[in-house]
Design a protein around this ligand. Sequence first.
Ligand code: DAH
Length: 357
Amino acid sequence: MTNELESLRSEVMDAAAAAADLGALESVRVGALGKKGSITALFKGLGGLEPEQRKLQGEALNRVKDEVAAAIEARQSELADAELEARLARERVDVSLPPRPTRLGRLHPISRTVEEMIAIFGEMGFSVATGPHIEDDFHNFTALNIHEEHPARQEMDTFYLPENAEGQRMVLRTHTSPVQIRTMQAVEPPIRIIVPGRTFRADYDATHTPMFHQLEGLVVDETTHMGHLKGTLVEFCRAIFGVEDLPVRFRASYFPFTEPSAEVDIGCSRAGGELKIGAGDDWLEILGSGMVHPKVLENCGIDSSRYQGYAFGMGIERIAMLKYGIPDLRTFYEADIRWLRHYGFVPLAEPSMVRGL
Ligand code: DAH
């Protein structure tokens, strides 16, 4: 081996050993073995030598090249190990750190209340029906025996849509009762449905919002009577408020679509300005009900001499406000995340409640 080759070899070996990181080592490799590297350059000079010389020099060069390559590779794994060690030391997990809070979404109290209502009525054999939010006059009023001049039409503060191509003004449904009509038109009795859903009236204060929710109920068959209506609603009131002996009162009332009609009150106390459900001798109205008016059955093509039934309707917000102590209806729809965190429910934290059944 020539002195020149020997000194190049030790120079490259020293540089590889001295390389402090993988980047520096890569520069050493390129400088010696790369396309324009110092060792690569010597290979190019072989062509001008005598055959005998070329063989000797070629062998020596190849040996040096392999040695240098092996040394660089060894240093490479040494440096990689050291870098990994350093990283492991630097990134050690601190198991004493508190966990990072995860933000769980909340179930809106309305969703929760609807779930509970469905669970209670579901146990009593009711199934859920739904209908459109935009209704025609027939389903929202006329078929429900609310004729043209009926004051209920004005009282409901109806949202009317602009006249359509048929000269008809559709409405945003003012109650869930049109789904009674749609169901009776679509299926033969026996019928046993509840209808949770959105309803709309042009009104806004602490107890009214332009959009709110109702839950409607309808039972139609050949044997149902007022006793079934009372039993079902007493059972429902006790289950939803979780008070086993909750006093429930039926007070004669009027609705165009039921005859007789009754409003349902639950027992409460208002002593000291604080409302307590199930205690005291005061009453709180929570829903409307009655036996389906024969005219309503006939409007849907159901023979009223053979079939009868009962219906009821209630505001879901009102139930949620009473049950969960929420004072202002408007806050339900302000989408304030702090409110939702306070009044909302952690989904799946507990199964839907069914009590008192
Ligand atoms: N539709 C009534 C309202 O919005 C509520 C209601 C009362 C529904 C009595 C009924 C019922 O089905 O029988 O005020």
